[in-house]
Ligand binder design. Structure first.
Ligand code: GLV
Length: 326
């Protein structure tokens, strides 16, 4: 029998990652282009050392119980809200993620949505394709200025921080709210201003979400928060859907409490609140934040290295629950 680690992969990853896994492990995997059911994941992890899974796989205690010898849950994402980390920790199973490699790519996506919704690019595209355009007009598709506007960043971790130079390129005034405030010298060198959340919502022309999903951030933006925003404000969410109360967002958009939204993530992916499909002032992308071939390859290789290391009994480089070794 091979002494290579046995790994179960829940969906095909980019070619270079597949080569790495095929070379370094005994790999079993889902070959279909669809999510696996819970039962299929439980069957898949029988007799393996490591599970390499995606943000769409909900890994709970029942799944972990299906293979008490499992040595690692390696998530192909920086977010790990899909894994019950407490349950894994109680079972002393390392959980890993893919931080850092998708930072710039995700910030690019947030900026793409911001620009799109502000300048009505997707809406104009639909209009042209519908052959409804009969020539240039001075009042057609007037959007919002991005340059010199105020951007409110909710969360200033890696991705939020990466928004700052992008915003600077558009001469934007940057406000931020974060669990921990930067030192005054850092705020000065980055030229960002700390605000309490309510104040940030009141003052920003664009609000972009960059916090992780957890118990504290679920529904961080709801009815009350939308009522604080400017009627011309635009919301961008490339973080996680459940950070926003999607029904409250729809009401705020319908009543004109806010002007529009650029969304990459949703409360119940792949479903959206039905009204969102019809709203012209909303740009909806299918969770593409980290979606470039380069970045997905780096994420795949990182997840594979994490998985292989833990299977070999080594400390995986991107461990999210180091307390298992206490
Ligand atoms: C993508 O959404 C990620 O968390 O990596």
């Amino acid at each position: 029998m091979s002494d290579k680690p046995r790994i179960f992969l829940t969906r095909e990853l980019p070619p270079k990652t597949m080569e790495l896994l095929q070379d370094q492990s005994v790999l079993t995997m889902n070959h279909e282009d669809r999510y696996l059911t819970k039962q299929e994941i439980m069957n898949g992890i029988q007799g393996v050392d490591g599970l390499l899974c995606l943000l769409t796989d909900v890994i709970d205690d029942e799944i972990l119980a299906a293979n008490p010898a499992l040595k690692v849950v390696a998530n192909f994402a920086v977010g790990f809200n899909n894994v019950d980390v407490d349950a894994a920790t109680a079972r002393k199973i390392p959980v890993t993620n893919t931080p850092g490699v998708l930072t710039e790519t995700t910030a690019d996506m947030a900026f793409a949505l911001l620009l799109d919704v502000a300048r009505r690019v997707s809406e104009g595209d639909r209009f042209v394709r519908a052959k409804a355009w009969h020539g240039w007009g001075p009042l057609q598709f007037l959007g919002a200025d991005v340059s010199h506007s105020t951007l409110g960043l909710i969360g200033l971790g890696r991705i939020g921080m990466s928004m700052v130079p992008r915003a600077r390129g558009f001469s934007m005034n940057v406000l931020y709210w974060n669990r921990t405030r930067l030192a005054p010298s850092e705020e000065a060198s980055l030229q960002v201003t700390y605000c309490e959340l309510d104040e940030l919502l009141q003052q920003s022309d664009f609000v972009s979400l960059h916090v992780a999903q957890n118990d504290e951030t679920r529904y961080l933006l709801g009815k009350r928060e939308f009522s604080l925003m400017k009627p011309e404000a635009l919301l961008v969410n490339t973080a996680r859907g459940p950070i926003v109360d999607e029904k409250a967002l729809v009401s705020a958009l319908q009543s004109g409490q806010i002007a529009g939204a650029g969304l990459d993530v949703y409360e119940r992916e792949p479903l959206l609140e039905s009204e969102l499909y019809e709203m012209d002032n909303v740009v909806v992308a299918p969770h593409l934040g980290s979606g470039t071939i380069g970045t997905r390859t780096k994420m795949g290789n990182m997840a594979a290295e994490n998985c292989l290391a833990a299977c070999r009994g080594q400390l995986p480089p991107n461990l999210v629950n180091p307390q298992i070794y206490d």
